[in-house]
Design a binder for this molecule. Structure first.
Ligand code: KIV
Length: 273
């Protein structure tokens, strides 16, 4: 008889309840295998649209499609058991209207089985966030640097560098919280602003390049493992997998080319004949 241990998956309300509590740990994942490795340590896993740049080598996240997000969202759900899985809504799948946002978000929830979606934008998306939440879609907001707006903002620079620019970002945070989002990612803003926003809103703030003043942190896994081609300046490297992968591939290539590639007898101790 097998003993089945049921692991309860965290939900959006669980994350919401962590305001001012134990800091929230999160990372991005796009695959079942990385999701499985991080699942015991993360409160939520974000299937970020950064997958366009990290996995597919795109210049920006703009070309990412809803189908790409759904495919990888499903993979991450298969690889994880405990963490809440949040799937990013890609550019063009939610901005046109509240109805478009609901149709896209409902596809994401139904086809991946994930527990929440994330979308970019503050005041301009507040009405949509309210519409989604009232219809059963848990929403994580994303303010500060919003990479999907790259074509209008011009670069991936930190936001709110001068105190005089803080007001609109604070207003964005309040609008997202008031609209019913269960938490909000704050990307690339100065520490005093992140601290101010975290004190001003009653939902957890999740920082990326926004200091330890936030209620939780998120990093792109490949960035913190040294696997990304371009890494934002604020990212601390917790691993350096690039050189290990390169060495393993080089060793393999050398063995194959020199006909020293081991047979099953050498690898598994199988008897010949
Ligand atoms: O797409 C992504 O990975 C993100 C994080 C950087 C927060 O939105």
């Amino acid at each position: 008889m097998s003993v089945q241990q049921d692991i309860r998956r965290l939900t959006a309300p669980d994350i919401r309840a962590r305001k001012k509590g134990e800091p929230i740990v999160s990372l991005t994942a796009y695959h079942a295998h990385t999701a499985r490795l991080m699942d015991p340590y993360c409160d939520f896993i974000l299937v970020g649209d950064s997958l366009g740049m990290v996995m597919h080598g795109m210049e920006t996240t703009v070309p990412v499609t809803l189908d790409m997000m759904i495919l990888q969202g499903h993979a991450v759900m298969r690889g994880s058991k405990r963490a809440l899985v949040v799937v990013d809504m890609p550019f063009g799948s939610y901005e046109a209207s509240k109805e478009q946002a609901f149709m896209s978000a409902s596809r994401v929830l139904k086809e991946t089985g994930c527990g929440a979606i994330k979308l970019e934008g503050g005041r301009r998306m507040a009405e949509t966030i309210r519409f989604l939440v009232e219809r059963g879609v848990p929403v994580m907001g994303h303010i500060g640097l919003t990479p999907q707006s790259i074509n209008t903002i011009g670069s991936f620079r930190a936001q709110g560098r001068d105190e005089k620019d803080w007001g609109p970002i604070e207003d964005d945070a309040r609008a997202v919280a008031d609209a019913g989002a269960f938490s909000v990612v704050i990307e690339a803003v100065a520490e005093p602003l992140a601290r101010k926003i975290t004190a001003a809103v009653d939902i957890p703030t999740i920082g990326i390049g926004a200091s330890a003043a936030c209620d939780g942190q998120i990093l792109v896994l490949e960035d913190m493992l040294g696997l990304s081609a371009r890494v934002p300046k604020f990212v601390k490297r917790y691993g350096d997998l690039g050189p290990s992968i390169e060495k393993a591939v080089a060793d393999y290539a050398k063995e194959v080319r020199s006909r020293a590639f081991p047979g099953p007898d050498q690898v598994y101790g199988m008897k010949k004949g």
